[in-house]
Design a protein around this ligand. Sequence first.
Ligand SMILES: C[S@@+](CC[C@H](N)C(=O)[O-])C[C@H]1O[C@@H](n2cnc3c(N)ncnc32)[C@H](O)[C@@H]1O
Length: 928
Amino acid sequence: MAAVDAAPAMAALDSLLCGSSFSSADATDVSSNSVSVSSTPPTTVSPDSMSLASDSDLSKRETVTASSIEAVVTVTETTEIEIESPQQESGRQSPVAGDAIVVAEPPSSTEPSPVSRPRRARSSLPVYNLSKLAGTDVHSKRKSKGDTAQAKRRSTGSDDTAANRDNSIVGDSIDALAKGDARSTTKADASRRERSTTAPNTPRSARIAKKAAVSPAPAHLTRRATRLSGAATEDLATKLSALSKRGKKAVEKEISGLSRELLRLRDTNEFAHIDTRPVRYTVWSNGKYIDIDPSQETPASEPPRKKAKVEAKKAAEEEKSVEEKQESAPQPPKKRTKKWLEKGLYAGQDAPTDVLKGFTPQEKKKIASNPELMPSGKPNKALPLPMYNGLRILLNERDFKLPFDVCNPLPPGQPKPTAYRTMTKNRFVGDAASYWKKTPHFGDSSTCVCRAEDGCDEDCQNRIMLYECDDTNCNVGKDLCKNRAFQDLQERTKKGGRYRVGVEVYKTSDRGYGVRSNRCFEANQIIMEYTGEIITEAECERRMNEVYKDNECYYLMSFDQNMIIDATTGSIARFVNHSCSPNCRMIKWIVSGQPRMALFAGDRPIMTGEELTYDYNFDPFSAKNVQKCLCGSPNCRGVLGPKPKEVKVPKPAKEEKKKKVVKKTSKKISAKISAKGLTPAKAAPKRKLQDAFEFDGDDDEDTPATKKQKAANGLKKTLSSATIKVAKGAKDVAKGASKGVTSIKKSVASSISVAAQKKTTGSSSSSSKAKTKATTTTKTKTTKTTKATATIKRAMKSGVTPKTIAKKPAKSIAAAKTKAIAVSRSPSLTIVAAGVTPESSSASTPSAKEKKSASVSTPASATAKRDLPKLTISGGKTSSRKVTPSRKALEAGLATGSPMLARAAAAALTASGSPAKASPKIKLVGRA
Ligand SMILES: C[S@@+](CC[C@H](N)C(=O)[O-])C[C@H]1O[C@@H](n2cnc3c(N)ncnc32)[C@H](O)[C@@H]1O
């Protein structure tokens, strides 16, 4: 052992230090105690080969021991084990064990070795006590009996770190190796032994401790204890200085490298097992991940930087808000502006301009004497008084109540039809479009002759003809023109909203759905357009048989050119119910050359909340198709059918024949429709020729003003009857106006196309002449596909300028305020003859005498004529007004639906020196 070479020792040390921190711990394996603690002991003790080796083997083993530290360790271990073998316990001493002990004994006899112990003591030691080796003997009985020494050991041991212990041992080993003598080695061994004595849980240690307690510990023991308690590193450094350069470097390198690395690691959160990542709370619902708003997460989960940012932001915001507060503080609080309700009971209805209208002179005096009652001229921003009675109420100082719905006329949430598809514009479907294009019969409008001050009022020729003014046919201009109902409607409803639209569908108690007003409407004001799909008769038939066969209600209405509007997909006007005393009318107008249907208010204003109705006036064709009318008006006819007069009026046999032929073409479909549900549209009555000129039953109730309005708005007529009327009217006009009209092909026309062209030659001076060409095309329809056209062409020179032609009749019409010439287009084509209101149409029929003299022929209804206003021409003085022949012709022409034809006829009349020229006055005979 003394001959141990330093080089292999250093190499061994090197290998010991090159590893983890546990490498140095492994170095403690040189201690037998360490071995016994760290290694897994066998459960049964049996002498190994080394313990049984003979003396002769000893020399060999020593050589091995000298060759490497590991060998030394092995030997030592073996020695230790041998010492504690049960064979020794039985008194049989192994030579190896004895030798080993001898080697470990210090040479000096004066200094007792701390590790030397009596053989007796050694033999009494238990061999391989598992609990001791594993360190679990602290829980043994001895501990519970108050083994203070053991407790002390344990507390001492807890102070010592493993590293210190290891270092001290390594230091001892190095020390010994560096000295290179046996004594040093022995000393190192002794230190190992001493180390083993400090190891806990061995009875031997306990005994040593007892000894130490009795006698003071030797100096070297004290020093070693100090070393074990923490000064070992310094010692190590001191001792390393004794090493050779190479060894020192190697050791320093390893140690310093390790410590640096450890230092670096120690500062990391990872090393300290600190998780700084934010905790994200995840929520899963029904197998889906729900992302939580990060702002809802606990602030603790925010990383510090983010937290700092958020805090800074918050602080900035607070500062800002404080600044704002400071800034806003001195400012006076904003004045709240009251928003007044403008809608309600009077929505859409202008207040009367003349507040004194209708007051008696006494009342007027009273009002004048009380200036408070007189209107100040300032706009009234308060809740208005009842519009027409307000002033009177104030005057008489009466109490009054405003209706409950003055500001909220209709409660919301009305039930609506399920299949509720709307269409705001007509749409041609199938063949309808192509067929429609072939007959541009409405392109004959000419510019009206109204003046700015007139503003296209009731005397506007476009209005009379039910042509809407636009940029192409208006003399007044958009700003002043009042004949633009459809444009007004579009503007009104463009923005939407219930008050602008003004109508809503609601559920009636007994007639299915209906439509009521959401606002007020003036008399004759446009309310809504009747739109839908424009289809041919064939398509209508197909739909009736295939699509609507199970329907209870149909929304089909005869329109124009044998077409039908199917409003199943269309505007809500289709829900308007019938009434025998309606407050509205359905009228067809020509807008930009195209026919359009719309619902207009009747002759009296409509108040908010009223149900809107019009007279279907359709022919059920069969008694079994008759539906009971539930309108509830006093003059209810009892059924949804034509007006009684229309049924009562006897018809000449000749006309009956004609009508029968006409009916053939459309009866088939109409009958089907009426059989299915008696809708107003398809089942529209086939008006008889004279029906178009008959009065309604409520004629007597109508004032002249009412009649005028009615005349201006027209009356629905059926396709076939209108055709006849037009054909006949055209013929009569031609006869009466000039007798120069070549011919009109009489036919059972389904429609009439009247085109008129005005050709003006020369300047606007009085010498200039106008050339007017009037063409009337009558389409015959004996079958659906055949058409016969009769064209009347007349080009005549007129002695009057176009201005004369145009203005004279206009003026004449304006003068006749009590009468109106109206052409009303019903779903097929409705014509109201000159001087005839829709309701008084039968009264317009001139007498036979008048027919002869005036040549103005309208289909007659002899029964009513005496009661009705008549338009006639006489050579004498007129009782009411004077009308030129051209006016007469114009009026007659208007009856056919074409102002141009009328003008042409008038020109012809003038030029041909007809009786009309000789007696150019038209006598308008009013009702008695
Ligand atoms: C075009 S729809 C009108 C809207 C219909 N009420 C609805 O709910 O769809 C026509 C049908 O309404 C019913 N109707 C309309 N006015 C009526 C009245 N005055 N009396 C009874 N039924 C009426 C009839 O059934 C008629 O066939």
